[in-house]
Ligand binder design. Sequence first.
Ligand code: GAL
Length: 409
Amino acid sequence: MKRFFIFIFSLVIISHQIKSQINGRDGKLLAPTPPMGWMSWNFFADKINEKDLMEMADAMLSSGMAKAGYNYIFIDDGWQGGRDNKNNMIADPQKFPSGIKALAKYMHDRGLKLGIYSDAAQLTCAGYTASLGFEEQDAKTFANWDIDYLKYDYCNAPEDVETAKARYKKMADALRKSGREIAMGICEWGPRKPWLWGAEVGGQLWRTTYDIRDKWKRKTTETWGDGILDILDINAGLHAYAGPGHWNDADMLIAGLYGKKGPSGDGGGTGCTDVEYQTQFSLWAMMNSPLYATNDLRRMNEATRKILLNEEIIELNQDALGKQAVRKIHNDSINVFVKPLANGDVALAILNRSDAAQTFSINFSALGLPDKYELRDLWLHKKTGSGTQWKGSIAPHETKVFRLLMQEK
Ligand code: GAL
């Protein structure tokens, strides 16, 4: 009995410590819901500049995305111009002639936030100046520039988990001491299982996989290059580790890329259909992954707009309960995900993984939902039925998403 109490007591202490690591200064969570925005890497790579980023922010506002919740512009790798004679990091003066502080002001003046990128080694993945050994100095620089978020990568760093934990903690502590609230996204891609220690060292989110490519699924002949299904199959099992303030990050949304060049086009990323992009968006929302678009927001077609701006799907992602969906049924043709919501409703997503249309029928009781529900289809934006089951046809690679509103016990 005594041992049991000691065990419970230790759990309370550990959870308190984790909480204090991911909170901001006033004790509130830094990322109470998954961050949303636009990230520069998967389409532009390091070919970024302040003009494009400002235009992207303008497009985020004029397209309605900002109103729908996308409020971050995340600068990824390639902004760095080395260090000055006092070892302060500087931005590439050609790409960012007005400097990062001015860019942050541009974002803040429009109600947006600015994220930046560095790496826990001497050089980043693309070979630019990184932060190892300069954590406190760089954190102060970022704070001085009014940065709101740091994506902290792990290229060129040792493989063992203890070093990774120490390097991430060092930067998280430095950010905490920097004088500004800056959230940190861990990006070591999954090999060291960051979902087990990410919150403890001070990260608000952690990538669970390698980079997403613009494809549905990796072919058996391909040795690398993960698509939507490959990433889904890793991230879906990690629901226990996500919750308000600490999220599993399944990498960027590829909607609207259509196989255009850029990092998403490497590794067999020849493009997806709109149905496949709709599936990614639905499932990333259900899994509480951060939602960051990476397509050129200035040139979006109607189909991409409809996907990224589906506010009923976004609501699932941003739901205050912060529960990542659980995959209740998993076979080669059908996957079913269930996500409880703060107001007592339940979100249900049904994915047809196969290459042929499927007629599928499901009793809600088999999902642990014993009641009668009214069903709202969140892609058709209307009520489509009620009762204790759903039966219908799903196109290849399509995901149906429903909100189940309880009718009676
Ligand atoms: C990778 C990371 C990508 C991008 C890239 C930049 O390690 O997973 O999302 O940040 O580095 O070089």
